[in-house]
Design a protein around this ligand. Structure first.
Ligand code: AMP
Ligand code: GLY
Length: 419
């Protein structure tokens, strides 16, 4: 079997790495890929961007690719699955109508509200003055969100009314014509990535991401600075409720809309102080970096699971097998991220870090001759597994010390809740 993974982050490196462990996968392609996927034996990078659907379809035919796995949300929201399905390509990832669950917060909220799913209460606004009046009436803390894809920069958790109203102006000036204002939910967050064939839904191991740049969960939000799995906050009782009250309810609401959703349903949940799960957001794809901690624990061949979704056989698929123990992933970022940062710094020590007991997933990197250079904000995700969190955390920090590039930054407290 030949598989093409679309995307260029740590998530895509982890997907290719896991797929290549399957006995049936003989070769992978990644487009456009990164330094990490370029260096993998049996993986070839293609030069096409994630939204060049015509070139991607052509490559599928040329290389006789059996399965396409889409990493990021942007091509899904633009309809890559619809496009490739016209050529009878097997694609793991929802069609454009299903991807609205991530690309339109107001659409997702309406869908969930109609299905009686617990969410943060809120309203959608096109008129900034009406949004500001509503904010003044509700009081702070309050959350303001762009209603479209915003590459992780569209959510402002405001501590004061003034801050929330300023966020309205900022988002409108940035070009967002529609905003969601919603209640601030207290609690602990957890990411549940589930796979579905549009009828049956199976959760992967729960993961907890560290979104803030600074230690102690301080400073601006990022795409994610580190993650661990399985997150103990997701007890079997909580997962049971998430399965029926949230995941199954969502898939059935999608079907009622006539949407056949095949892919990852990634629920970003808040577990309230009362212990109730509420949906903060849905994503239509694998999480990054969550995938870099969850996939190393998956024993079931990934290609078989994804094919079962595409072929509508998830109900008959055997229970997922997981390795015992815990996984921790620490992200190494460029100095300045999530603000302005430089690229092109030489990275050293990856082999040493791997020899010490980690898997290094590359995100923002590129190969230049035999040199590996930084090429993005989040540069590497270093993952270690261990019999428990304590072991995995000690191991991962022992490994990441071997890695260097000018301006390397990583949080030293990943997993602080489970240490
Ligand atoms: P989102 O992209 O919607 O997941 O939002 C990014 C982050 O903002 C989340 O991971 C939360 O940390 C925070 N957030 C979003 N919505 C809320 C909310 N209603 N209450 C509290 N925090 C929120
Ligand atoms: N780690 C957050 C995300 O993938 O959206």
């Amino acid at each position: 079997m030949k598989v093409l993974v679309v995307g260029n982050g740590g998530r895509e490196h982890a997907l290719v790495w896991k797929l290549l462990q399957s006995p049936q996968v003989e070769q992978c392609f990644c487009t456009p890929g990164n330094g990490g996927t370029a260096l993998l034996e049996k993986c070839e990078n293609l030069p096409y961007s994630v939204d060049d659907f015509a070139k991607i379809a052509e490559s599928v035919q040329k290389h006789k690719i059996d399965l396409v796995v889409v990493g990021p949300e942007v091509p899904l929201a633009k309809g890559i699955t619809d496009y490739l399905q016209r050529y009878n390509v097997k694609v793991f990832g929802p069609t454009q109508d299903g991807a609205q669950i991530e690309s339109s917060k107001s659409w997702a909220k309406k869908l969930m509200a109609s299905a009686g799913i617990a969410i943060a209460e809120g309203k959608t606004f096109k008129d900034p003055d009406a949004a500001k009046t509503y904010i003044a009436k509700q009081g702070a803390p309050i959350v303001v969100k762009a209603d479209k894809l915003a590459a992780g920069k569209g959510v402002i958790v405001a501590q004061t009314v003034e801050e929330a109203q300023a966020a309205v102006d900022e988002l409108i000036e940035t070009g967002f014509s529609s905003l969601v204002v919603e209640e601030f939910l207290e609690g602990e967050e957890v990411s549940i990535l589930a796979v579905t064939d549009g009828k049956t839904v199976r959760p992967l191991l729960p993961a907890q991401d560290h979104k803030r740049i600074g230690e102690g969960d301080t400073g601006p939000n990022t795409g994610g600075m580190g993650v661990y799995a399985p997150a103990p906050i997701a007890t079997p009782e909580l997962l049971e409720r998430v399965q029926t009250e949230i995941l199954e309810a969502t898939v059935s609401a999608l079907r009622q809309q006539g949407i056949h959703y095949c892919g990852v349903l990634y629920a970003g949940l808040m577990v309230t102080p009362e212990g109730d799960p509420k949906v903060l957001e849905y994503n239509c794809r694998f999480g990054d970096p969550e995938t870099q901690a969850v996939l190393p624990l998956l024993e079931t061949p990934l290609d078989e699971l994804l094919m079962a979704c595409i072929e509508g056989r998830l109900a008959e698929f055997p229970p997922l097998q997981w390795y015992d123990g815990s996984a921790v992933c620490v992200v190494a970022a460029s100095e300045g991220y999530p603000g302005i940062y430089e690229k092109g710094k030489v990275i050293t020590g990856i082999t040493e870090a791997e020899n010490l007991g980690s898997t290094v997933f590359q995100a923002g990197t590129k190969l230049n001759g035999d040199k590996l250079l930084t090429d993005g904000g989040r540069v590497l995700g270093v993952t270690s597994t261990g019999k428990d969190f304590q072991t995995a955390i000690e191991k991962v920090y022992g490994c990441i010390e071997a890695i260097d590039f000018p301006g390397i930054y990583y949080r030293r407290d990943i997993g602080h809740r489970v240490r």
